[in-house]
Structures are given as structure tokens and as C-alpha cells.
Write a new protein. Structure first.
Length: 281
């Protein structure tokens, strides 16, 4: 079952539902594996085709969960995975990608990201990514946890303008990117991919979010997600480890927060008035 959803376009023209599925902390327990697989499959059934994972998550265990969840329906999903910075050399990227492809059980990753900056020059990592594109191992590449100065550095490198996204921590309590990084990416039509959009559940007890959720008949989590998705250039990738959690999150796609809602949230979670260091989890 799929429904029409608000979408976000990448620079290469591919367009996806603005709400995806995260997998951080999946694959860590054999007893939870079946439920995690069912939740991912239910998300796909509801049109949440972007699934984000990484070689770091559970040391590859999350990629294995994703591989099991998408077995027999590869064409229905848009796979995002990430290479650790310690593997981001020319040879290291190639080896890490091959290992991720094996765990995912696929021939190509739709979007492959540098998880965060590490010891290898960004130009070397980009060259490695471009080689994988030429080989058909990945369709495109991007970055994660890079701040504005680093994004400018990427864009100035050969083929650096082919970066498709910057995946960063962004939620009501972590609004620093709104001062400079988000506007810069918006001008270049590079979507931000927001991880931990509900701060791993820590936002859910906020009274303002509860009140706005009640006003719209949704959970505080869905209200927090609706806030993240108010920007047409942002993709949110919350983890939904159960079907019920997924159903609650989906409600964010049918809600448009009012000016009053947004003003109340700005008061509870003030936007940045100056440059702040990029936050990470």
C-alpha cells in the first residue's frame, strides 16, 4: 500500500518521500530482529522507501537487517549507507562498499555517504566515490556531519558539486544549522537529511509539543517530525522499531503546522542568533 506523500528532490533529479526510515541501533539484538524487519517492511508498504543505514551500526548488523527486510523487493527502496572515516581512503572505500553490498544483499547502493570527516583528504574520498559510481556499485554519493566550511571545501573540489546531501543532527532542540548551513544548502538545492529528528525520544515529554500534538490529534513525535519537515528541503529519517511507532510517525505527513504552532515552538526552542558549532550524536 502506498500513498501520495510530500517529496524532496536530490540534485541529480531523483525524488523521494520526505520521511524515510533510520536504522541506528537496529541489528544489535537477535530477539528484536524480526520486529525490526517487519517495521521496515511496513514502512516500505506505506511509501517510506528511503532506508538509511551504515557500516558502523551494530558493526554491520543494521545493514544485515535491512538486507533481510528488502529481500525480493529491491526495486521498491532507496538505500543509503555510510562509510566510516577510517575506511575513507581510495582502497578503503572500495573494500567497505563491497562489504556493505554483501550485507545488504544488493548490487548497488543508491546513495553512499562519508559518515564524518576523518584522516583522509576529502578529495581522495570523493575520487573513491566517483570510481564506485563508474563501476555501478553506487548510484551517487554525499556526506554526513559536515559543517558549512567543510561543505564549501567539498564543493570546491573536482566533482565536489556532485554531493547529493549532508546528513546532520537536526531537530527542535538542535537548530544550529538554521543559521548558515541550512540556508547554504537550500540555495544549492542540496537537501539536508535530518538524523535523530526527535532527539532519540527526549523531546517527547516537552509540554509545548504535547499541546500541539493534541491540537492536531497526533503524538508529540509526529508533531516534532512535522516541524522538521516544514522545510521543503529537509528529509527526516526517524527509526521506527515497531509497526505502531511507524503508524504514529506517518501522521506527520498529513499535518501542516500553523503559524501559531510554529511561533509557540520558536518560543520553546529558540532559533539560533549566531553561528554555533555543528552538533553530533
Amino acid at each position: 500500500m502506498t500513498t501520495t506523500r510530500r517529496t524532496v528532490a536530490f540534485p541529480d533529479g531523483r525524488s523521494l518521500c520526505a520521511l524515510g526510515q533510520g536504522t541506528w541501533f537496529m541489528g544489535e539484538s537477535a530477539t528484536r530482529a524480526a520486529a525490526e524487519i517487519r517495521a521496515l517492511q511496513a514502512g516500505i508498504d506505506h511509501g517510506l522507501t528511503l532506508i538509511d543505514t551504515a557500516e558502523m551500526y551494530a558493526n554491520g548488523g543494521a545493514e544485515e537487517i535491512v538486507g533481510r527486510a528488502i529481500q525480493g523487493r529491491r526495486d521498491d527502496v532507496f538505500l543509503v549507507s555510510k562509510v566510516l572515516p577510517g575506511n575513507a581512503s581510495r582502497r578503503g572505500v572500495a573494500r567497505a562498499c563491497e562489504a556493505s553490498l554483501r550485507r545488504l544483499g544488493v548490487d548497488c547502493i543508491d546513495l553512499y555517504l562519508l559518515h564524518w570527516r576523518g584522516p583522509y583528504p576529502l578529495g581522495e574520498t570523493i575520487e573513491a566515490f566517483e570510481a564506485l559510481v563508474e563501476q555501478g556499485k553506487i548510484a551517487a554519493w554525499g556526506v554526513s556531519n559536515l559543517d558549512l566550511d567543510e561543505m564549501k571545501e567539498v564543493s570546491a573540489l573536482p566533482r565536489g558539486d556532485r554531493a547529493q546531501t549532508d546528513q546532520v543532527l537536526y531537530n527542535l532542540g538542535r537548530r544550529g544549522i538554521e543559521f548558515d548551513l541550512l540556508p547554504w544548502c537550500r540555495e544549492r538545492r542540496i537537501p539536508i537529511m535530518a538524523y535523530s529528528p526527535i532527539e532519540q525520544g527526549r523531546l517527547l515529554h516537552d509540554p509545548t509539543l504535547k499541546q500541539i500534538g493534541e491540537r492536531h490529534g497526533i503524538t508529540p513525535a509526529a508533531a516534532a517530525l512535522a516541524w522538521v519537515l516544514r522545510d521543503p528541503g529537509v528529509i527526516a529519517i526517524p527509526k521506527s522499531a515497531s509497526r505502531e511507532h511507524l503508524k504514529q510517525n506517518l501522521a506527520c505527513l498529513d499535518v501542516t503546522l500553523t503559524d501559531q504552532d510554529l511561533a509557540e515552538l520558536d518560543q520553546a526552542f529558540p532559533p539560533p542568533k549566531r553561528k554555533l558549532p555543528l552538533e553530533v550524536l
